[in-house]
Design a protein around this ligand. Structure first.
Ligand SMILES: Cc1cc2nc3c(=O)[nH]c(=O)nc-3n(C[C@H](O)[C@H](O)[C@H](O)COP(=O)(O)OP(=O)(O)OC[C@H]3O[C@@H](n4cnc5c(N)ncnc54)[C@H](O)[C@@H]3O)c2cc1C
Length: 355
């Protein structure tokens, strides 16, 4: 029986453990540095099931998001995880933004998201009477889901399938012995495969173990959320229209399953300490396309860090990096930013095919 070490119990490590443990062909151990699963970025996001409108054609993000979206909805139905296929609107409030809608639609169709359509102001008003805009691109297959329940279910099924979890394990000394990897847990354990999905620490772990190998660099970008409990009477997720690939800051509005809305994430390159000032960035980002909003009901909510990567100083790499180290049964997952959550189950299948 082959043995597999998974580093990191985020949504990606848990999905891989779940997927591989279904075949009952492997001995699987997951190590996690904190005292619980899902404590990294996996619960610090928008909880959106992305439809795949704006990724680059044939990128891993495009392919895995589309497959992952289908798998997440099926998983939620099967295991009674709360979700809602709300749909998403890309809202155009100016002539310029209206021109973006056509580009977005073309990109979506090219990517295999066939159900998108541009809606005019009349239909927009009927659909979302509390939104102000000229037109929008509707993407009906986007949605929201209960990520906490999702990661818990992945953990429970993996445990039932005999995956062993070790928490509070960090700074491991992993030794290569011939083609295997040895680590000291309660006793010395040998592994045929290592899957490094330690989120923001993944590059550092790879670098520590493969000193002569060239890896991308981290380029973390913080994303902050504010929240409102006010009933904005919006049913859909609302993004401003954009050009695919253009990473300009927007303030998205996403309904929460238990009421209220999350606003953001913002793009914070530096540390921020003035939450009041930041709040106004959020308000300014949304107030022009809402008929009304009570600013007093908006408060700071949470923040996550996008584990972006770059190969050189100028260009950041916009795709997921999922690669095996040449001549080694060691797989690295770097740059698993959005739509990593949507893609989690398809990433797991992708990794399974690599083994
Ligand atoms: C602001 C923001 C918004 C987002 N919104 C969305 C969205 O709406 N939809 C979507 O599809 N995606 C979204 N994403 C992306 C999604 O959250 C990530 O792709 C996903 O959480 C990545 O999961 P992960 O398991 O790779 O990382 P993590 O959740 O960070 O897990 C990595 C784990 O590895 C552990 N670890 C680290 N070092 C070690 C070590 N040395 N030993 C053992 N364990 C270690 C960590 O403690 C952690 O538990 C968003 C991301 C951000 C930041």
């Amino acid at each position: 029986m082959k043995s597999i070490l998974i580093i990191g119990a985020g949504v990606i490590g848990l999905s891989i453990a779940y997927e591989l443990s279904k075949i009952k062909k492997f001995k699987i151990i997951v190590i996690e540095k904190s005292n619980s699963f899902g404590s990294g970025n996996s619960l610090k996001n928008s909880q959106v099931i992305h439809s795949g409108v704006y990724y680059k054609k044939n990128s891993l993000k495009n392919n895995l998001c589309l497959k992952g979206k289908k798998l997440i909805y099926e998983f939620c139905k099967k295991y009674k995880i709360k979700y809602s296929k709300t749909g998403k609107l890309f809202l155009a409030c100016s002539k310029k933004e209206e021109s973006y809608l056509k580009i977005l639609k073309k990109n979506a169709l090219k990517n295999g998201v066939k159900d998108v359509r541009i809606i005019n102001q009349k239909e927009l008003n009927q659909m979302e009477p509390f939104l102000k805009g000229n037109k929008a691109l509707l993407s009906p297959s986007a949605g929201i889901f209960d990520v906490k329940a999702f990661v818990k279910k992945l953990f429970q099924i993996s445990k039932r399938n005999k995956v062993n979890f070790y928490f509070k394990v960090d700074n491991l000394n992993i030794r290569k012995i011939n083609s295997k990897f040895q680590i000291n847990l309660k006793k010395k354990e040998l592994f045929d495969y290592v899957i490094n999905c330690a989120g923001m620490d993944a590059i550092e772990i790879a670098r520590r173990n493969f000193t002569n190998y060239k890896f991308p660099k981290n380029k973390y970008v913080k994303g902050v959320y504010f929240k409102t409990r006010e009933n904005l009477k919006l049913k859909k997720i609302v993004y401003r229209a954009m050009v695919p690939g253009d990473t300009k800051e927007r303030i998205d509005i996403t309904p929460l399953l238990d009421g209220g809305y999350i606003l953001g994430p913002s793009v914070e390159k530096k540390h921020f300490n003035n939450k009041k000032k930041l709040k106004y960035k959020f308000i300014n980002g949304i107030k022009n396309h809402l008929k009304s909003i009570n600013e007093k009901k908006i408060f700071y909510f949470k923040e996550g860090i996008r584990p972006k990567i770059m190969f050189n100083k100028i260009n950041s790499n916009e795709d997921f990096y999922i690669k095996k180290i040449k001549d080694n049964n060691w797989i690295n997952l770097f740059g698993i930013e959005s739509p990593g959550l949507t893609s989690a189950l398809s990433i797991a299948k992708y990794v399974k095919r690599m083994i």
